[in-house]
Design a protein around this ligand. Structure first.
Ligand code: PDD
Length: 284
């Protein structure tokens, strides 16, 4: 069965789906995206992803191509057409539309481009990885200063991730010029302090407001865990009791090594694994 893509009102086999070469997404990375996780056949934290999409669009002054309720119908249709019945992800991208190349916005009336793709995710492989944990590296923070916008302009993230891959690591953590660890190239970073406090960088322009982050913060008190949203350094992280990453499709992924430093006893931490289990129970 060929995968089906949605492009500006049409459902097409992925290989036939196309956008114009003068699309501003292609010319300038002038667009935003969302990754909606799918678990047990359902879109996870759907309303929160739409809310973040709304914020990204507003920040860049791109119009909704369709009302959010209609987008939701398309997302559900895409699950059905691509037969995603268990784990998967929906990728949604909106650009400022097609117009002759010119940096300033096109004349009013140019319609934003909307693309949606869907694909299954091997959840069993992710669960198996979580039992082992992942190794990560640190890299200098060199992104622009509006990381809260989920923009498709991801060059710094791509280079960081490639650097990690070349060193056999799963993720790159950005560390700014004050030594503060902000987040991963495609994930939110968390540490659990020696005192057992679940700690992550505060919201603002420096990080993407992770939807999984939001869910974990809401869930933690019910598990009797104290949380703290504050800045912390890479140096402090290396002394942490546990560390983990969160993202739409990885949920909670334990970190067992950062650069040359083993975290905890080099195995996924008990609290990290408990959070993962609890998160999955909730989304089921
Ligand atoms: N990335 N920070 C960055 C820079 C990210 O790209 C992501 C997600 C996150 C975690 O956000 P959430 O919990 O909402 O997935 C944090 C997605 C999955 C991606 O780019 O594929």
């Amino acid at each position: 069965m060929s995968r089906i893509a949605y492009v500006n009102g049409r459902y097409l086999p992925v290989r036939q789906a196309q956008i114009a070469i003068e699309d501003r997404g292609f010319q300038f990375a002038d667009g935003v995206y969302e990754v909606f996780p799918v678990y047990a056949g359902h879109i996870v934290n759907h309303a929160w992803h739409l809310q973040r999409l709304s914020q990204s669009l507003a920040a860049l002054r791109i119009d909704w191509p369709l009302p959010p309720a209609v987008l939701t119908l398309i997302l559900k249709d895409m699950l059905r057409r691509n037969r995603i019945i268990d784990g998967g992800m929906l990728y949604l991208q909106i650009t400022r539309g097609v117009s002759p190349r010119n940096h300033a916005f096109p004349v009013p009336g140019v319609r934003p481009t909307l693309v949606v793709t869907a694909r299954p995710v091997d959840m069993a492989a992710r669960h198996a990885q979580a039992e082992i944990g992942v190794r990560v590296i640190s890299v200098p923070e060199n992104r622009w200063t509006r990381r809260d916008i989920k923009s498709v302009s991801l060059l710094a993230n791509i280079l960081a991730k490639q650097g990690a891959a070349e060193r056999g690591a799963a993720e790159a953590l950005f560390v700014n010029d004050r030594g503060i660890l902000t987040e991963g190239a495609s994930s939110t970073f968390w540490m659990i302090t020696r005192e057992g406090v679940l700690t992550t960088h505060p919201l603002g322009h420096d990080i993407l407001p992770g939807v999984t982050r939001r869910a974990i913060l809401a869930m933690a008190p019910e598990l009797g865990l104290q949380t703290d949203e504050r800045e912390f350094s890479l140096a402090e992280t290396l002394q942490a009791r546990e560390a983990f990453l969160t993202s739409a499709t990885n949920f909670v992924m334990p970190v067992i090594q950062i650069d040359a430093q083993i975290i905890g006893n080099g195995k996924p931490g008990a609290i990290s694994l408990a959070l993962r289990k609890s998160y999955i129970e909730r989304i089921e």
